[in-house]
Design a protein around this ligand. Structure first.
Ligand SMILES: [Zn+2]
Length: 283
């Protein structure tokens, strides 16, 4: 397999001051969270499309012909990296031409080896939009001020939301949760929740019957009130565990559109955290 070509920003600058005068830079992103972030920074100067929608999983995504067309026309491809999109390499190889790729997850602190859910942290989103802004400024220097201004105003929104949610989470007397899916270490750590245990050993891998019983006993003994589940996947086991342990299932979403109120990144992060706050506040 041909290794992915990640072009640095300096190289972007040299090679890609192309279609920005035409009005719309075409940006293709891997997941819809990055689609929203690219749109926040790019505004009216960009046309953004995500390959993965909220109803699919980026880990085992399958590329369709329409995706190849979008990629072939892209001025910039934005991916997370860190192993989230192993399928992007094949796509690029299949295109037979160079497409500039920005890997926004590069340089972010990895909490767990092979756990790429780094976008579920408002602090990481701040770093990611800075990278997107720089790439767009390099692609279209005449609109650099516009992108920088968008970046600045959206950064403020991210910071305000982070402050607000962290403050609310700090008020909890019990901040311990069990997460069934492996998707939330970044979100939980940022907000000061304690992930006391986890259902999935690896992402997408069910625990054994013994593992489930161990989890139930642990939650009973420690009196942990919340287990996190996702609508995108089967919630049969989290529900079973919750029923046995006398706990509540709280649904979170890793991508936009997975829950009501999660149609943009700020809304998704707020919805996720407030769902946890609400459940943990219950007596
Ligand atoms: Zn995932």
């Amino acid at each position: 397999m041909k290794p992915i070509r990640v072009l640095g920003l300096a190289l972007l600058l040299l090679t890609l001051t192309t279609s920005c005068t035409a009005g719309k830079l075409k940006v293709v992103t891997s997941i819809n969270v990055l689609e929203d972030l690219a749109r926040q920074v790019g505004g009216e100067e960009v046309k953004v499309q995500s390959l993965v929608t909220g109803l699919e999983t980026p880990h085992t995504f399958e590329v369709r012909p329409s995706h190849m067309r979008a990629l072939a026309e892209a001025d910039l491809v934005v991916i997370l990296g860190q192993g989230l999109e192993p399928w992007v390499e094949d796509i690029i190889a299949g295109l037979g031409k160079e497409v500039p790729i920005l890997e926004v997850g590069q340089g972010l602190e990895v909490l767990e080896e092979d756990n790429p859910h780094l976008w579920l942290s408002l602090g990481n989103a701040l770093v990611m939009i800075r990278a997107i802004s720089r790439a767009l400024q390099d692609l279209c220097p005449s609109r650099a001020d516009y992108f920088a201004a968008n970046e600045q105003s959206y950064s403020k929104k991210l910071q305000d939301l982070q402050t607000d949610l962290k403050m609310k989470a700090a008020d909890l007397s019990d901040n311990r949760v069990v997460s069934y899916p492996a998707s939330y270490p970044y979100l939980l750590q940022e907000m000061g929740f304690v992930e006391a245990a986890r259902g999935e050993l690896h992402h997408g891998q069910e625990p054994s019957a013994k593992g489930i019983m161990g989890l139930v006993n642990f939650m009973r003994k420690e009196q942990i009130k919340v287990i996190i589940a996702e609508k995108q996947f089967s919630d049969r086991l989290p529900r079973l565990i919750a029923a046995e342990a006398g706990a509540q299932v709280v649904y979170l979403t890793p991508l936009l559109g997975g829950l009501p109120g999660s149609d943009d990144y700020l809304g998704m992060m707020r919805t996720n955290v407030e769902s946890l706050l609400e459940a943990l506040k219950l007596p």
